[in-house]
Design a protein around this ligand. Structure first.
Ligand code: ADP
Length: 373
């Protein structure tokens, strides 16, 4: 063991040489013989992906089967319908259903120098395809069970963010596994310092509520903003008489959440159309945008947009403040401002750029979007 307090490498030396491949070493044909520093490569991959992602939304549930994947898929679809560039990262290792919910069952991942290619979900009503990344694309077949110890799960969380070639995104929605275990801790650690907020999915029952409160506490203890709760399977409309009833008693869910300072954002009905849309790979929010299910999802979508806008406004204010203390903008500051601008939705970016430019008395700020794509 070294007793020196000095780092063993020269801190002024250039960063270690990189292979330039956009995927983790585990996917590399040269892994066995490669002499480059692998830890650095992985860290750099994750940071370079995250630098191009605006707001991250973690969809959590402390219980399985409450509709967390359904909520993730439809919130992602709702954001895409509003014109944002959206990705969905399927972190539910034991039930990677996003491949099904977006119609990619049986598809396998393609690897090139830029990384693992997410599948692009396209439909007429969205301007930008939804980028879907899932473990399902890497399995031998769709019924292969995942029997992994924690170390593999930990690695996969790194691949999910760092090895998939997400490109520039306004929102990355992460479909978390149920519970507050290894995957959640790994991702929360990895994403520390980035714009991450949580959405909680639950059914209105007492038993799911108790579990949800544990997830609430996790977010509060980690200092992760919790946008609110999506109550799934909250009410059914009888297909025969049109009458509404509640399959699961709502118990005192809303009151209990309010007590811990959490808002109930949306109530999603239990609906055959929603279930069959998911099975068929067509998120109902895009397939039937004016139906009751799509409308029910909208407050959750709006909450994500509102949070991202607030986060951006705060980042822009900070950048402006920093800039105001320096009469001439350095490259670093300009980069910071551009990073903040990259997290703004397309339709607002040009107006904001012009506004900031006017504030700085410099005319419009240069548009670096094309260079970053
Ligand atoms: P989780 O991710 O929490 O395990 P899923 O989203 O996979 O749950 O949902 C479990 C099953 O219930 C899926 O088959 C899904 O299509 C169905 N489902 C979820 N929410 C609803 C709903 N509101 N109405 C009808 N079916 C639903």
């Amino acid at each position: 063991m070294s007793v020196s307090h000095f780092p063993s490498h020269d801190p002024l030396a250039l960063a270690p040489e990189d292979c330039g491949r956009g995927h983790a070493c585990q996917f590399c044909p040269d892994e066995a013989t490669c002499q480059l520093e692998k830890g650095h490569h992985e860290k750099q991959l994750i940071e370079s992906r995250l630098a191009r992602i605006g707001q991250i939304i973690m969809v959590m549930a402390n219980k399985g089967g409450v509709g967390k994947s359904t909520v993730s898929a439809n919130v992602a679809a709702g954001l895409a319908a509003r014109g944002y560039r959206v990705g969905i990262a399927d972190a539910d290792i034991h039930g990677p259903n996003q491949s099904r919910f977006f119609g990619f069952v049986g598809e396998r991942v393609r690897i090139d120098k830029r990384g693992l290619g997410p599948r692009a979900f396209r439909t007429e009503s969205i301007d930008h395809p939804i980028q879907v990344g899932s473990l399902a694309f890497m399995m031998e077949s769709d019924d292969t069970p995942i029997v992994w110890r924690d170390a593999y799960k930990h690695d996969f969380m790194h691949h999910l963010i760092g090895s998939f070639d997400w490109g520039p995104l306004d929102f990355l929605v992460i479909d978390m596994p149920p519970g507050t275990g290894n995957e959640l801790i790994t991702l929360a650690d990895m994403l520390e310092g980035h714009d991450v907020a949580a959405l909680l999915a639950t059914t209105p029952q007492e038993v799911a509520l108790m579990d949800s409160l544990k997830a609430v506490r996790f977010c509060q203890e980690r200092g992760m903003p919790l946008l609110g709760v999506v109550e799934n399977m909250a009410g059914v409309t009888c297909p025969h008489c049109g009458g509404e009833f509640h399959l699961f008693p709502r118990s005192h869910l809303a009151a209990a959440l309010a007590e811990v300072g959490v808002e109930s954002l949306a109530q999603i009905p239990l609906s055959p159309a929603l279930a069959s849309g998911s099975d068929a790979g067509r998120p109902i929010v895009l397939d039937a945008p004016h139906g009751p299910e799509a409308r029910a999802f909208m407050p959750a979508v709006e909450a994500c947009i509102a949070h991202a806008s607030e986060t951006f406004a705060a980042a822009a204010a900070d950048s402006l403040q920093a800039l105001s203390q320096h009469p001439s903008m350095s490259d670093e500051q300009s980069g910071e401002l551009e990073a903040a601008l990259a997290s703004v939705p397309d339709d607002q970016r040009d107006a904001l750029r012009a506004e900031l430019g006017a504030l700085l008395g410099a005319g419009s700020l240069p548009n670096n979007d094309d260079a970053s794509r």
